[in-house]
Design a protein around this ligand. Structure first.
Ligand code: ADP
Ligand code: MG
Length: 441
């Protein structure tokens, strides 16, 4: 192992998410002969992934540490044939999205009201969020924000939290997904600490529950949530909920919770219209310090009739690929990059999704559906769950069947994991965009 290799890893560490660093880059080792650096990957799969995704990241670091004249190649380490038994006993939990820092109460400071672009598709939700930030706990309680993925629900909800945190530094805020709430509850029951659980959730001034649709069918969680809800409301603590659909469309939701959810203000966010898409792109440009002409932004907005997240992801991809190729962005280049306009409304066949996952990650269906918990399989499997849920609109039970008879809670968990990861992990964001693109092509 070359002693300078760890310096290369240190250089790139902050440029990828923790999980991707741990999964793909950290396992690499290297040897230097003359000016030739050989990078060793522990498996062919890691080698492929690193070759296709991380070389452009590693290259500048390698040149910096080893010198401009160093060439490098990547090989599978012949000494590392990981015994199967060991690998297979690894827990499925290995893939955990990282938590960005700095964060307070789980709030990401980058989500603010001032950097939320307002347009026709989201102005009601924005106005509601603003009102709640000004007068929490009074008129709009709960605030229920719903809409498809990537339209800015999490952003808006956390923005309210950030405003209030600034106004009242001693405020107690809890931000979590409904799944986290559920897991917390289950754990508190197992460890006989339900008292602590209740004290924690019932003591806050602002409760933000993201993606509340996931409590569908979870009876004890709904029961607990109902009581938490009542207590918070009684003492004028503000509650904000987001969901991918309105309360009446959440299946297996207790009627009393449904009526609570409907009892405040419900607002929806739609996919952004053209003008808002252009405005979002401009804002993202400014945030990232990129200078891109209005024509090009218009071009991107025209070809992407889709949500803010995909728009942002695509934009970053375009800018980065131009940089990699050392080119300035031209109309023609962007057009070529964008290819055919993307259709987001069509449902996709599940076989196509599984086929594309096989292709993209270079794994067999049998591995995807099989019981092995190797970490290289866990993330692709969870991405499959997510796509089957989001793109094919299949119920958890059906996805479980398709993936070799997995329990619906495992599927829900996987969908939620990726759903969360998308918000913070650019690498996963990019994979999903690429896979979705391939699916639509
Ligand atoms: P959701 O929770 O609805 O799935 P997010 O809140 O995670 O969506 O938004 C996805 C990404 O798009 C985030 O990076 C967010 O900052 C950005 N985004 C969404 N809507 C807007 C907007 N109106 N203005 C600026 N950025 C936005
Ligand atoms: Mg969200």
């Amino acid at each position: 192992m070359d002693k300078n290799w760890s310096k290369v890893l240190d250089k790139v560490r902050d440029q990828v998410s923790y999980v991707n660093f741990k999964g793909w880059l950290n396992p690499l080792s290297a040897e230097l002969n003359d000016n030739e650096l050989t990078i060793f990957a522990p498996s062919a799969f890691v080698k492929e992934t690193v070759s296709s995704r991380y070389l452009s990241l590693l290259e500048p670091a390698i040149k910096e540490i080893y010198g401009e004249n160093t060439t490098f190649s990547i090989k599978v380490d012949p000494n590392k044939n990981t015994p199967k038994e060991v690998v297979e006993s690894e827990p499925e939990e290995i893939f955990t999205p990282d938590i960005p820092s700095p964060m307070t109460f789980g709030l990401n400071p980058k989500y603010t009201l001032s950097n939320f672009v307002v347009g026709l598709s989201n102005n009601l939700a924005y106005a509601a969020a603003q009102a709640v930030a000004q007068n929490p706990g009074t008129s709009y309680n709960p605030l229920f924000i719903y809409g498809g993925t990537g339209v800015g629900k999490t952003h808006l909800m956390q923005a309210v939290g950030n405003v209030l945190l600034q106004k009242r530094p001693n405020i107690k805020i809890i931000y979590c997904s409904s799944e986290r709430f559920m897991n917390d509850l289950v754990q508190s029951i197992q460890t006989k600490r339900t008292g602590e659980f209740r004290a924690k959730y019932r003591a806050c001034d602002l409760l933000l529950i993201d993606d509340v649709q996931f409590i569908s069918g979870r009876d004890s969680t709904q029961e607990e949530f109902f009581h938490t809800f009542n207590e918070l409301q009684a003492k004028n603590s503000q509650i904000i909920l987001t969901s991918d659909r309105p309360p009446q469309e959440i299946q297996k939701l207790e009627p009393r919770l449904q009526s609570r959810f409907q009892g405040g203000l419900m607002v929806d966010i739609q996919n952004p219209d053209f003008d808002t898409r252009v405005a979002i792109l401009k804002a993202k440009c400014a945030e990232r310090g990129e200078i891109v002409s209005e024509d090009i932004l218009t071009l991107i907005a025209e070809s992407m009739p889709t949500n803010a997240r995909e728009l942002e992801g695509k934009f970053i991809q375009i800018v980065q690929s131009a940089k990699l190729l050392g080119q300035t962005l031209t109309d023609e280049g962007v057009r070529r990059f964008l290819g055919a306009p993307i259709q987001t409304t069509q449902k996709i066949d599940h076989k196509k999704v599984i086929g594309e996952i096989n292709h993209y990650f270079n794994i067999k269906t049998a591995d995807l559906t099989g019981p092995r918990r190797k970490k290289e399989l866990v993330m692709p499997r969870q991405i499959t769950m997510y796509l089957l849920y989001e793109e094919c609109k299949l119920p958890y039970e059906r996805i479980g069947e398709l993936l070799g008879g997995r329990d619906h809670t495992t599927i829900m968990h996987g969908v939620e994991k990726i759903g969360e990861a998308i918000n913070r992990d650019r690498e996963i964001q990019r994979m999903l965009i690429e896979i979705k693109q391939a699916l639509q092509g």
